[in-house]
Ligand binder design. Sequence first.
Ligand code: HEM
Length: 479
Amino acid sequence: FKPSQLSLPPGPTGHWFYGVKNMLPRKEPWKVYASWSRGYNSPIISFRIYNRTIIVLNDAKSVSDLLEHRASLYSDRPNQYMSQTICGRSKTVFNISSQDPHHRIYRRLVQQGLGPKRTKLYSPILQEELTKLLENLEQSPKGFVQHVRRNFVGVVMKVAYGYNIDDLNDTFVSVAEETMKITDKTMANGSWLVDYYPIARYIPSFLPGGEFKRLGKVWRERLRYLSDVPHQWVKQQMASGSYTESFTSEFLSQEGGVIDEEKEDIIRWCAGGLYVGASDTTVSAVTSFILLMALHPEIQARARTEIDEICGQDQLPRASQVELLTYLQAVLKEVLRFAPVGNLALPHRVIEEDEYNGYRIPKNATVMGNVWAILYDSSLYPEPDIFSPERFIGTEKIQPDPRQWAFGFGRRACPGTHFAETSILLVMAGTLSRFEISLPEYTDKRESRDPEISFTTGITSHINLFDVCITPRIMPSRR
Ligand code: HEM
């Protein structure tokens, strides 16, 4: 059989025009995909939104077979005409086509810029921001999410541009946040008919359905302006002779500082990608960690004992020590498994027609790896609803490392993994070394039950907050 003679993977048909667009729940679609996969008794399912075929891979094997082993076919991004063409976002690190020769250069640059060697150089930045975070936590523990956000935004602005932020109202932070907000609107799935039907490109801007042209024009200009603000700032600082080394300055000064426009564009897009990639993902992981520690005092105590033993109690943990904290590393693996940051990673696109398990995968189909379905697969992780770092400790029956899925797939897998892990582990270690995290003590018994754990729906998912107490630790050595 040629693939074109085979049938698509099973899945719901939906409406003749919209496909399943109106059948998708607003909350946690990854759970619905997993249940469709069980219902159709197939790890790989397909459905349609407008005229686009979506394929969802719901187990580790299909993800590995297609997104990893056939990465040369499965590493492009879906076409999004509104965002990529109208709003000029086709060259961002996240959107760039895997067939564009710049994609390879982007990956090399970002991997180099965030790999183990560079991360070591960034240790003073991580250390400085950690001290601020712990001070903020002591002053106003209730605002812990904002403090954690401030920590990672502070780190990434310094790493990307050598720029010191004052607080979250800082101009550069507003610039980055506005970029993210507009980008989210331009990429909202199913919102722009023109993403699906090329004929819609010809709707005049003054007619209903033509607002993509009106809005697109404004957004394009704004995004162009915003992406240039921090880049120009670094160039000015460099010209003045006094600047802090950063990802941008490092690459701008290569080749004797003579950089053509094309290379400069590459540096600008890559540095911009750091903020988008880092700011929300890291906050999600650390917030989940803090709340889960309140629910699991015994895990918290074991992690703290290890931190005390390896880092000592008189000084803060250092970035160079986190690789020695094996139990804390197991806690992070379990946080990434139990509270996946990206439940569906980011969508990929297959560039050629393909065949898998007797099914046809049509050219240009959007292919999604259901990270949640794998991380909650009870054949890989028995009793997946239980939070237990012990899954990854010891020598027997160690469960698979969830990081192989939590950070995405193939040639699009997260290039910030090493940097992310080091900076998150340092924040985890620093927080536990100075604070006890607990549930509030309620006098009313009805309120004293453990809070239910639930998560938000989005490209990045966050744990829904419940009350916790973060109190300075009474150091045994200083009692
Ligand atoms: C807990 C932390 C993080 C998680 C869970 C995470 C997860 C992911 C995932 C799932 C993807 C999509 C992969 C795919 O399409 O298959 C991704 C892409 C990406 N991440 Fe991360 N990430 C994290 C932190 C970071 C950090 C700290 C940075 C940079 C400083 C970063 C930069 C990027 C970039 C630039 C991409 C786009 C890669 C491409 O499209 O080629 N990420 N990440």
